[in-house]
Design a protein around this ligand. Sequence first.
Ligand code: UDX
Length: 431
Amino acid sequence: MNVSVVGTGYVGTTLSACLADLGHRVTAIDIDEGTVERLNEGETPIHEPGLGSLVSAYAGRRLTASTDHAAAAETDLTVLAVGTPAKADGSIDAAALVAAAEDVGEAIAEKDGYHLVVVKSTVLPDVIEGEVVPAIETASGKTDGGSLGVAVNPEFLREGSAVDDFMNPDKIVLGTDGDERALDALAELYQPLLSEWEIPVVETGRREAAMIKYANNAFLAAKISLINDIGNVCKEFGVDAYEVADAIGLDSRIGSAFLRSGVGWGGSCFPKDTAALAAAAESVGYEPLVIDATIELNDRQPERLLELLDAHVDVDGRRIAVLGLAFKPGTDDVRGSRAKPVVRGLLDRGADVVAYDPRAAENMAEAFPDIEYAGSAAEALEGAHGAAVVTDWPEFGDLDAAFDAMADPVVVDGRRVVARREGITYEGLTW
Ligand code: UDX
């Protein structure tokens, strides 16, 4: 197929490269000239395992990039993969998505015949019906259900395994309200994947498809917050929450994934999507108790970690190491990272913070330009009176000699990556 993808963020770029790999001809469209140039030169604007080789293999062949939305008119369908950031009150800002929808609408105004627009961006049901569809209809002069189709097809990619997740999805969700032409086009788009694997395809309404994405992320975030809540109780009673989690995970109704308790969840999706769902519920007068508690518990975990440290050392005026700044290992992304409240809490207590992360220090420095960044974990630990482990980078499991070089070997571990041993004062957050 001839496909256009608007937005070259982490979803859009992954999707463009993967669709090219499936055999489609893809035009990636973005207003950012630099990104478009880089893509055309075969370079990826984001770092994901396997993405660089796909982009360099297909750039200039089945994958081209453009700043001109008019390119959409030359394609069979257009995927909108534009970011929907959070506003201060947690609700989503759909302005960029609506602007992209208008641009695509203008581009396809003169196109003969049917054009399908596929919304991949994470948006609440009302935004599709109330903003995206009207924007395309007005700009194109076409009617939804007539020569225009609009489908909702959410994405469940994880950072660090986005290409793999695209190629081996747990499910494909097609929100079309039963529109046959839209379903046929989407079936053709995913055909190479569907013919290779047995992937459940969920055919549903557009509103349901939009909600599935929020429900998926809210459920996963709630699962982690629940195991963190249980973990906090475990800690109070001297019980190892990981042994408890291993056992309950054997119950097939619970499942073993996402049961690692600790300092909490972050990233580009969970914080934004739980806040948006809660804000949407409140806007219609419903108090989403569990979602609110999911967020609140996550907000409190960093402080619990710091209280464990307070119990052993007065951090005021002392050098304290923070190990791990990325929201999870394998990325340089610090969005929603639990390291931010940990660093802030330490600074509020008057600590002299020295931070280390193998990849995310530069991004963290934008939020905290005035703390010290060490070149290695050993350098951060040297002479420190305490250490807080915030990200489960595997290298933190191998720091024995470095702990011995601390002024006070107090280690509070928010991820169960350091082993408890003689010679250090070790506290696990939930064990
Ligand atoms: C998540 C969803 O998994 C993905 O489907 C969606 O499309 C985007 O959001 P991602 O943000 O890349 O993906 O990260 P993920 O690997 O899911 O981890 C999210 C956060 O939860 C991380 O901060 C991680 O440290 C934390 N986490 C995860 C736990 O604290 N415990 C766990 O058991 C699992």
